[in-house]
Design a protein around this ligand. Structure first.
Ligand SMILES: [Zn+2]
Length: 364
């Protein structure tokens, strides 16, 4: 999608030279909205065709135009809504408000990739939908890992993602390659990014790489964003980028197989998956009260419930919960009422906020 918008933008540039006439800041603010929020359809246009052209999913365009049927010739369609940034906004807050993953948000607003702050009054493109009113809690108030769950199998279902000696880079499904960090100032014992023997190697992320795709539907930034800003203090500051009001770690441990499985899960699910958090350095992990394997670079917390309660009060797996249970059957699955944890560690499952019996029945 980003590519489409850029292609379109560059053709506009060449044809009209519009951006050259604007001041640098105007050009930036205007760039994402280059299409204007509307598109007038021609004879051959279909939703699918327009979607390809403008880089916005066809069903999102339909949502923007609820009264318009399939005859599009000469019709002016709305493509997206415009959101104007207010005081206190930051990227992930706006994305959450409109139920978008960070990847979706960046697809709609590619200029965020080189924007360090989010000026008040800045115009952003967002899908046509009502903002969510209540901000749901993002993390279960329980320690991760093996609460009301299985003891891990002795035999690991998925072998810890190690890298062959001599390798200097790790590649991800998108082709993105990250350099392995060997600097003892960062990875040595007691250092900020200390890892255990079964941790994935620490990888360097430049600010240019931060928002790059790691696979078709996921961006690197989604896996190293800081959810709990209050946990970022003096000792953390040198190790984070601050972009658009959010913090992102400058280094990551990330098992490429986690990304492969997340893509498969997303495909099964049929819609965007919101990643609340992926990698967490040990100190930060401690601050957020999480145990779990996030500091190893093998885990992701998804921002949707793994189970819900029926009218009779019986817990049941959600669609996402069921799919995660299947896709990550050889890894870790933690089910919560607002979140779903998955990882490529040993085969095991657990629940947040349920007793052992309920959890066992749930995962059958
Ligand atoms: Zn987790």
């Amino acid at each position: 999608m980003v590519e489409t918008i850029y292609n379109r933008l560059s053709s506009v540039l060449v044809t009209y030279g519009i951006l050259y006439a604007l001041s640098a800041s105007d050009a930036k603010a205007d760039r994402d909205l280059r299409f204007g929020p509307t598109y007038t359809a021609g004879k051959k246009d279909t939703y699918k065709f327009i979607s390809k052209k403008v880089g916005i999913p066809a069903d999102e365009i339909r949502t923007c135009n609820p009264t318009i049927g399939n005859k599009l010739d000469g019709i002016t369609l709305r493509l997206y809504d415009v959101y104007v940034v207010v005081k206190g906004d930051y990227i992930s807050k706006i994305a959450r408000k409109y139920g978008m993953s960070l990847a979706d948000f960046l697809d709609y607003n590619p200029s965020m990739e080189d924007l360090n702050n989010l000026p008040i009054g800045y115009k952003l493109a967002i899908p046509c939908r009502e903002p969510l009113k209540d901000e749901k809690p993002r993390r279960e108030n329980h320690k991760e890992d093996d609460v009301n769950g299985d003891k891990p199998n002795k035999k690991p279902g998925i072998k810890p993602g190690m890298v062959k000696p001599g390798r200097v880079k790790v590649a991800f499904p998108s082709g993105l390659e990250l350099r392995i960090v060997t600097n003892p100032e960062l990875v040595g014992k007691g250092k900020y990014f200390e890892g255990s023997s079964d941790s994935y190697p620490l990888l360097e992320v430049s600010q240019r790489q931060l928002f790059k795709p790691v696979s078709k539907h996921f961006r690197l930034a989604e896996l190293l964003r800081v959810e709990e800003k209050d946990c970022i203090g003096k000792q953390d500051k040198p190790h984070v980028y601050e972009v658009g009001g959010d913090y992102y770690f400058k280094y990551i441990r990330l098992d490429p197989r986690l990304i492969v499985l997340l893509e498969k899960l997303r495909k099964n699910y049929g819609k965007s998956l919101i990643i609340d958090e992926g990698y967490r350095p040990p100190l930060y992990n401690k601050c957020v009260g999480g145990g779990g394997p996030h500091p190893k670079g093998i885990a992701a917390d998804l921002g949707e419930a793994g189970y819900y309660f029926t009218n009779k009060g019986t817990p049941r797996l959600t669609k996402l919960g069921k799919l995660a249970n299947k896709r990550f059957s050889k890894g870790g699955r933690g089910f919560g009422s607002t979140t779903t944890h998955v990882d490529t560690g040993k085969s095991r499952g657990w629940c947040y906020g349920l007793n052992r019996k309920q959890c066992k029945r749930l995962r059958k």
